[in-house]
Design a protein around this ligand. Structure first.
Ligand SMILES: [Zn+2]
Length: 545
């Protein structure tokens, strides 16, 4: 049966017909958009006026997030900013290391099993005068229970002495770039990079690997999607174990699962050849709501964690250069094999040296195996300069910029990490667009909260947490930002023929809004309320999840 929905305004992103009043849906797809009279000519229909006062947009596409956020909400929230949880409750941020410890002490008291690990997430010492947390701070919570807190960047973890002991690291003189040592020669308890974090992670509750969500987590993450208008979302660095894929297939196929998940197999702990073969075999298991068969590579760490790879002159505060997560020859081999196999690769680069390396490796690979429409995408790519955007254009790459960073870490980038000059060019949305590089913008949830309208607000205003505008030349218009969170992101996933706009034949995926983002004051964009979503013709009310 055809259903026709009326709305105050329907923003289609279809260039031939950008704004309409009615949309017809049949079998989970869009039959057409236009006026009621036009749509009624398809034959019998049922008119639904329940969205009469609302604004309908294409369901938002989040091109860089991690479903693990759903799981993390079961751990102790140690973030600096207030944040909305999957049930819509606002959780208060913590402002000092002492308060982090207090919050952990409270959580510790509630745990009955004395051996059960205690886990926290979203810590960011950069807001606390960059005072580092040590194993001694966490030993105040417990010396018998292993404790671990993941940093907001996901690239650093703090653990207590018990956790170090269980992981065999509570000894002097360890020589590892990801394991800094205290004056006493023992590890400080701060662990950098997957190499250092993974073996200890298993003892502190991050035992499913840092990147996986479990079934309850996936369900919780689905709720966050509805609350933020997201209908297609990536899980950008998943291990995708057999068991993990089975769970994802099971949960996403449930009648009421509200989002389409696009997990990317992370290139880690396997050879390029194995990874490509694995992605090829996964691709065959894809369903409408679970899209498998893409790969994510990670070139470096994070800028605020000083683990990103920087070109000259390096970090503004003199911190040593960051870490390579993937060696250049490994990335090169992965690109070559992926181009031949027709498998898409997204590559995390934060520092400009990492971006340069990825560009060099892809250029070399394309010389050997040119591939039309490969859409290899640089993820974050925060510090790219104009010349690097020109190279991306030449190599037909896409970019997904981390717009939310302006707000969350913009002040720190200005003061500490890269300094005033380079801070202005971070996440250069305007340059990407004027150079003609297909662009998306993202939250990298859980690194920052999922919410495409907020991400759009960041790209449009470029305000930092302290209220400064950082890089006004790189601001983009509301129209461009709305494109970036719909078709822009869909394009980077090779899915712009299915989602990202409201056009005949595409999936009936809507973000249903209380107000019109096009008419909002640029400053108010983040306050536009989301009523809920439609995904594949199914309606989800954010107040009733
Ligand atoms: Zn990420």
């Amino acid at each position: 049966m055809t259903k026709i929905y009326s709305a105050k305004k329907i923003i289609t992103m279809n260039p031939a017909r950008p704004f309409v009043t009615h949309i017809a849906v049949k079998d989970g797809k869009i039959l057409g958009t236009g006026e009621l009279d036009e749509l009624s000519r398809w034959g019998e229909y049922e008119l639904d006026n329940s969205f009469e006062g609302k604004v309908i947009m294409p369901g938002f596409v989040e091109g860089h997030a991690h479903t693990m956020e759903g799981t993390l909400w079961r751990y102790v929230y140690c973030g600096f900013f207030d944040r909305t949880d999957p049930d819509g409750k606002i959780r208060e941020g913590v402002k000092t290391i002492e308060t982090v410890v207090e919050r952990l002490v409270e959580a510790d008291k509630k745990l009955k099993d004395p051996n059960m690990p205690l886990s926290g997430w979203q810590l960011d010492p950069i807001y606390m005068n960059n005072k580092r947390v040590s194993r001694r701070d966490l030993d105040k919570v417990s010396t018998t229970r292993p404790i671990g807190i993941m940093h907001a960047s996901g690239h650093i973890m703090n653990v207590n002495s018990k956790a170090l002991e269980l992981g065999g690291l509570m000894k002097a003189g360890i020589n590892h770039p990801g394991i800094p040592l205290d004056k006493d020669g023992y590890p400080t308890g701060e662990l950098y990079g997957p190499d250092a974090m993974t073996p200890i992670g298993v003892h502190v509750g991050f035992n499913r690997s840092m990147t996986d969500s479990d079934e309850d987590g996936l369900i919780a993450f689905g709720k966050l999607c509805v609350r933020t208008g997201v209908t297609t979302v990536t899980d950008l660095a998943a291990r995708l174990t057999e068991e993990g894929v089975e769970a994802m297939l099971r949960i996403t196929s449930e009648k009421n699962y509200p989002a389409r998940i696009v997990p990317l197999k992370v290139f880690l702990a396997a050879t390029p050849k194995e990874t490509i073969e694995f992605a090829k075999s996964l691709k065959k298991k894809s369903t409408d709501r679970l899209r498998l068969g893409r790969i994510k590579a990670v070139a470096d760490g994070s800028i605020q964690g000083f683990s990103a790879r920087m070109r000259w002159p390096g970090y503004h505060n003199g911190a040593p250069n960051g870490l390579w997560y993937t060696a250049p020859d490994q990335l090169s081999e992965l690109y070559e094999l992926a181009l031949v196999a027709g498998i898409q690769v997204h590559t995390h680069t934060n520092g400009d040296e990492a971006t340069e390396m990825a560009l060099d490796m892809l250029e070399g690979a394309l010389k050997k195996y040119s591939s039309p429409d490969h859409r290899f995408t640089l993820q974050h790519c925060q510090l790219a300069d104009a010349a690097q955007f020109r190279r991306m254009k030449k190599l037909e790459m896409c970019v997904n910029l981390f717009a939310n960073h302006h707000y969350y870490w913009g002040d720190e980038h200005y003061k500490l990490t890269v300094g005033p000059d380079r801070a202005l060019r971070m996440n250069a949305c305007k340059t990407a667009l004027s150079t003609g590089v297909p662009m998306a913008i993202h939250s990298d949830a859980p690194v920052t909260p999922l919410g495409p309208l907020f991400t759009a607000w960041c790209a449009v205003n470029r305000l930092t947490a302290s209220g400064r505008t950082q890089g006004k030349q790189e601001k983009i218009t509301i129209e461009d930002a709305m494109y970036a969170i719909t078709l822009g992101a869909a394009y980077t996933l090779h899915m712009d023929d299915e989602v990202g706009s409201l056009e005949t034949g595409k999936s009936a995926d809507f973000a249903i809004l209380e107000e019109d983002p096009y008419l909002s004051d640029a400053n108010e964009l983040k306050n536009v309320k989301v009523w809920g979503t439609m995904q594949g013709g199914r309606i989800f009310d954010a107040k009733n999840l």
